[in-house]
Design a protein around this ligand. Sequence first.
Ligand SMILES: Nc1nc2c(ncn2[C@@H]2O[C@H](COP(=O)(O)OP(=O)(O)OP(=O)(O)O)[C@@H](O)[C@H]2O)c(=O)[nH]1
Ligand SMILES: [Mg+2]
Length: 189
Amino acid sequence: MSKLPSKDIHRQITDKTSLGLKVCLMGDGRVGKTSLILRYTQNAFSPEYKQSLGASFAVKALELHGQEVKLVIWDLGGQPTFHQVRRHYYIGAHGALLVFDLTSPATFMTLENWIIDFRRVVPEGKVVLVGNKRDLETKRKVPRVAAEMLQKWWNVPYIETSAATADGVTKAFLILARTALEHLKRTDS
Ligand SMILES: Nc1nc2c(ncn2[C@@H]2O[C@H](COP(=O)(O)OP(=O)(O)OP(=O)(O)O)[C@@H](O)[C@H]2O)c(=O)[nH]1
Ligand SMILES: [Mg+2]
């Protein structure tokens, strides 16, 4: 993933042949944000943890309903030290994956803080709730029904994923891209 060359990113977003959609990954440290992006953009996985410092982005081109789309995916370090800086990267986002770790109730309990912070900057931004590390089923501590309650409460899609096995990963990004695109078209027209 690349660092932050703002001119490049601007060129990618304003590329006339395709539509730029900016999405962010949010959620506590170690929930698997970087791993989900790595799986989606490079079909790769590393079992080692390397804490993300600040922010970086990856770009993925795709076609949605006959429309070429460039998904600009921002990876924001989830550790508390990045709390202040993170908000700046939400600006202009069309949507976000809000990720927690199915084996860690603590990462589930903080979800509301994340969505409040995001909606403060982007009130209309689309959110998809993601329960990651589904492959660790025997260590699961957050039951599906708990996440589904939150899903209903917030009226957002909920998907369980595994960056380790790729299960659900493409689906999560596609749902986010689709809802963000529909939202963009509605607000543009
Ligand atoms: N078994 C399993 N391990 C995973 C999965 N996703 C991520 N991991 C592991 O969990 C650890 C943390 O993953 P990261 O992707 O670095 O987490 P992060 O959310 O980006 O963390 P920060 O950068 O600190 O915010 C790493 O050791 C990953 O290999 C998964 O789906 N299954
Ligand atoms: Mg990371």
